[in-house]
Design a protein around this ligand. Sequence first.
Ligand SMILES: N[C@@H](CCC(=O)N[C@@H](CS)C(=O)NCC(=O)O)C(=O)O
Length: 205
Amino acid sequence: MKLYTAAFAPNPERVRMFLREKGVDDLEMVEMNIMEREHKSDDYRALSPFAQIPALELDDGRVLTESRAICRYLEGVYPEPNLFGVGYEETAFIEMWDRRVEFMFLLPLAWWIRHGHPAFTAIEKQIAELAPRGEKSFRFFAKWLDGELTSRDFVAGNRFTIADITAMASVGFARVAKWKPDADELPNLLAWRARMLARPCGQKG
Ligand SMILES: N[C@@H](CCC(=O)N[C@@H](CS)C(=O)NCC(=O)O)C(=O)O
């Protein structure tokens, strides 16, 4: 298997965190430079039709894209520790949380950064109004998640899961917008982040 990845980008970082939590460090990695538009080449588009990273090329030549689908596949190859849930109930609740985080935290953040940060003109036809709209939704969800974390240690329940990884990838990417959880406004999110930074997912790999 070969993982196409890119430094500083949140979706490939989700997969790299997933691998670190699984203790897998021998996957072949192909590093792409997004800002130099390496992923826009015809060769890469043949693998990933929307020219997005990450992509996982399987040994038989098939290619998986979409971070969550790639992690799903890797969970099958490396089942322990379980990060997607055991049984239909836990799996459903973890999926609910992971999708909430992806669509209501990571996606608005991507709008904020991609449509607001001058460096992103390299890959985005910026629409100025989308940046503040994304920022507002991102900040709203951060506050809401902070409230949820008053009563538990992890995003989706009482153990570490894929939902924590998606949230950590978001919080990490938010540094590009000079945002991080504030001790007065988001104390629970800040404490959660400190716990995550102490885990394999929080180590730079
Ligand atoms: N839904 C996809 C999104 C992938 C995605 O947007 N990747 C970004 C990096 S985080 C990318 O490839 N950006 C390059 C571009 O938009 O030109 C996933 O979950 O993997």
